[in-house]
Design a protein around this ligand. Sequence first.
Ligand SMILES: NC(=O)c1ccc[n+]([C@@H]2O[C@H](COP(=O)([O-])OP(=O)(O)OC[C@H]3O[C@@H](n4cnc5c(N)ncnc54)[C@H](O)[C@@H]3O)[C@@H](O)[C@H]2O)c1
Ligand SMILES: O=CCCC(=O)O
Length: 470
Amino acid sequence: MSQISKFDMASKTIIGQCPEYSQADTENAIEAAATAFPAFKALTGRERARLLRKWHQLMMDNVDDLAILLTLENGKTLAEAKGEIAFAASFVEYYSEEAVRIYGDTIPASIDGKKILTLKEPVGVCALITPWNFPSAMITRKAAPALAAGCTIVIKVPGETPLSGLALAELARQAGFPKGVINVITALKNTVEVGSTLTHSSLVQKVSFTGSTAVGKLLMKQAASTMKRVSFELGGNAPLIVFGDADIDKAVEEAIASKFRVSGQSCVCANRLYLHESIHDEFVRKYAAVVRRFKVGSGLDSSVSQGPLIHERAAQKVDSHVRDAVEKGAKIVVGGNFVPSLGPTFYLPTILTGMKANMLLAQEETFGPVAGIFSFSSDQEVVSFANESDVGLASYLFGKDISRIWRVAEALQVGMVGINTGIISDNAAPWTGVKQSGIGREGGKYGIEEYLATKTITLGGLGGHLKPRI
Ligand SMILES: NC(=O)c1ccc[n+]([C@@H]2O[C@H](COP(=O)([O-])OP(=O)(O)OC[C@H]3O[C@@H](n4cnc5c(N)ncnc54)[C@H](O)[C@@H]3O)[C@@H](O)[C@H]2O)c1
Ligand SMILES: O=CCCC(=O)O
């Protein structure tokens, strides 16, 4: 069997290898999950909750090792990696608490003598396909609710970051999950055939995918062949709007976190920053002062704030957005180039001003450390700028006038709005997009519903109501 070699993202030295699984291996994993399903489904919610709690505990006991592995294979800083492991574990804890709270309804029937009940049942074998930008959290955000519901799973981890998923699966084994309940497929070269196998298999009942909109569309088409349930968490192009009455220092701090965490490689990272003309210059001056202090380098170096991007293609895309903007009249305030001394995947944190709607950055997700700054003069104008996108995942608003904030939050065509905060990730909150940012929700009480089917039971022949004796 051929192997995938994994390199430390900063030094490019080899850190490990894992199998390049094929269509046949994927079919075996699906079979294993299907075989394990009846017994796993039959466990009580309390039993599944205990397994999840143990898994959560093992993740937290091993947070340092998991974080080092994550930094090595993804490039994000160690502080960010530790944050991600805690975030990943938080989904496991949350859904250990939901596993015992899966309720059906009793529904008054329209016809006398009948009763209607609903049962919530696990949908069956689920294929979970996850991206490299959050190699641990994007797995547990799917796996924890699926397992809490009683589903068995086949996880297709990204070829760029397979090791974190394997480490999580080993900890799940140690936690006591029965054989066949959690299966991991690693593939890089064979990604397309593995994806096709998962989405066409008649044993797989559900596909949950996080990744780009382009791949999401392909998987949706493939999953249609067997009418699978689907959940898609796809790309974004988040607008961040600062109104004239905002607390500028706070908005700068939060906009830094929103734009530059994981070097701009989160689906909810602010991509387009819209500043009211009255505070534009002050914001840019303060924002640039912070960004100039950033240090780019290996994520393992504690003085570094920005690690490498995932691959050369990603860095080239970032640079193409910067070049395109400059050609069309934008000005580079900070950064604007690669860091050749570190290698082709390192890009300087960049601020561009004078952005216009015809620039690539305005139209597509940059997925890198570039803040494109636009100026606006009225609420209506900024809402129409922000909505000029075929995706609608996250957005951010900064200001004090609550009636304006509310009006704009309602008018934005997005799944999530952060108000006076640049960080909206929380295991308890529904994570969701509109337009081409996806279908379905992850997290919170809604996340588990994606893995449950509602069965309606109608009891007949019950007769009428008892008549009171007179
Ligand atoms: N909405 C969200 O919650 C969310 C979260 C994280 C990332 N994302 C999005 O993900 C994208 C970045 O991640 P990426 O570059 O890994 O995305 P991607 O779509 O290229 O890949 C995502 C996953 O799908 C796999 N994949 C690719 N082609 C496939 C195929 N034909 N069949 C089956 N699997 C296939 C990849 O190996 C990876 O595991 C960005 O667009 C980002 O916005 C969205
Ligand atoms: O890509 C993203 C989801 C995770 C996050 O940003 O919290």
